[in-house]
Write a protein that binds this ligand. Structure first.
Ligand code: PLP
Length: 406
């Protein structure tokens, strides 16, 4: 067995799991941080180093000013991480009751609620865009609901207007974990500008990175001022702390990396959108593959490009495709599996859930594929054709698996 016909009539290679050569000689990693040129970064680092002012100084101030302009909001507060930003925002808002949050998200979203001393209520997500579902929020509301914490999943903007509307009806703050969404927009407004506050992450898996870091964006003078103090132990400058804060500052070196990386963000997103077009074109021809829908007027960052693999249509399930792609030297991730309500950490902690049918369907079928500009058209086309050739051989792959399992 060397070649097989697929529906398009092209000859296809033998998948590596069946003994063919891997699609790639070297491992294609799931993520590759998009870093600015060392020459520009080193210049800034040298300036900081020679000034001896390595934290709490002008690079962070410059970053906050430039970011506020980039997003088009009144305040940006630079922080040590998105996690610390979420915790301090909840603290500053005095939230101690229930926070409605999607279960289908990265663990840190939920963890922040516990660190702030509040309780998560897990809501389901929409089958269409995989973001928190408004209908599910309605079911999750109780007399103890104090906030909504939504996430722009994979960089696909959440339904910001509908969320603002329901938060307003309930008279509670709406906070966005915008870790995936730096550079995204809805209409002509950048993500960062919605709800009470949005918090970005600058950790290395994100589109813009400072090594580590976070950014709180808000139009509220009071919230910005409070988080500014809370990131600095709660000290208003008199050593008479108004609340027990954290050290959640961003250091100058990290801010330098973010500032130099900022001009790369929009071109990287454009490049990812073009490359995503190749995935859509190639993969939509295969049965059993589904995509996250993007609302009209929304711009996705493609922080992650995640597909749903329906075993009935595709021929093998998500886990099998993951293993087959690994044999092709293509790294993929099951983002997000397990979702928060299924994680060990949450078993014995106070929380509630409403019906999570869509979350449970997604979590068992999602697979994140590599997508970043450095892959180029050839890289993305190579991954797509590896998936097509695996699909063309699912019958044999299924048989092999059954034999292996005895
Ligand atoms: C990465 C990530 C975080 C955590 O960000 P840190 O800056 O590492 O604290 C939070 N939420 C989501 C959705 C993330 O992907």
């Amino acid at each position: 067995m060397t070649t097989t016909e697929i529906s398009t009539g092209t000859k296809t290679r033998t998948p590596a799991v069946l003994g063919g050569n891997p699609a790639f000689e070297k491992t294609v990693s799931i993520i590759r941080p998009n870093l600015p040129p060392w020459s520009s970064v080193s210049k800034r680092l040298e300036d900081i180093y020679s000034s001896r002012m390595i934290t709490n100084h002008k690079t962070v101030e410059e970053l906050e000013t430039k970011m506020a302009r980039f997003v088009g909001s009144r305040h940006v507060v630079a922080l040590s991480s998105c996690s610390s930003g979420l915790i301090l925002t909840l603290k500053a808002l005095g939230i101690t009751g229930e926070v409605i949050v999607p279960s289908f998200t990265f663990s840190a979203t939920g963890h922040a609620i516990y660190w702030a001393g509040a309780r998560p209520v897990f809501a389901d997500c929409s089958e269409r865009d995989w973001n928190i579902s408004i209908e599910s929020i309605r079911k999750a509301v109780s007399k103890d609901t104090e906030a909504i914490l939504a996430v722009h999943i994979f960089g696909n903007p959440a339904p910001v207007h509908a969320l603002e509307e329901i938060a307003e009806q309930l008279g509670i703050p709406l906070i966005f974990d915008a870790a995936h969404a730096f550079g995204a927009s809805v209409g002509n407004r950048r993500i960062g500008g919605f709800g009470t506050a949005e918090i970005f992450s600058l950790s290395p898996t994100k589109l813009l990175t400072g090594g580590e870091g976070g950014l709180l964006v808000t139009d509220s003078d009071e919230l910005a001022a409070k988080v500014r103090m809370l990131r600095n132990y709660g000290d208003p400058g008199t050593y008479d702390c108004f609340a027990p804060g954290l050290n959640a500052r961003m250091a100058e070196f990290n801010a330098a990396l973010v500032l130099e990386g900022l001009p790369l963000v929009d071109p990287e997103i454009t490049s990812r959108q073009n490359l995503a077009g190749i995935y859509y074109g190639e993969l939509s021809r295969l049965p059993g593959i589904r995509f996250q829908e993007i609302s009209d007027g929304s711009q996705h960052t493609y922080k992650d490009f995640t597909i749903v693999v329906d075993e009935n249509g595709f021929g093998i399930d998500r886990d099998a495709l993951h293993r087959c792609l690994l044999a092709e030297n293509i790294q993929t991730k099951k983002y997000f599996y397990p979702p928060l309500h299924m994680q060990s950490a949450y078993m014995n902690l106070p929380h509630r859930s409403v019906d999570l049918t869509v979350t449970e369907w997604l979590t068992h079928n999602v697979l994140t594929l590599p997508l970043y500009s450095a892959l180029g058209k050839k890289g993305v086309a190579g991954i797509a054709s590896a998936i097509a050739s695996i699909h063309a051989h699912t019958r044999e792959i299924g048989l092999t698996r059954r034999q292996l399992q005895g």
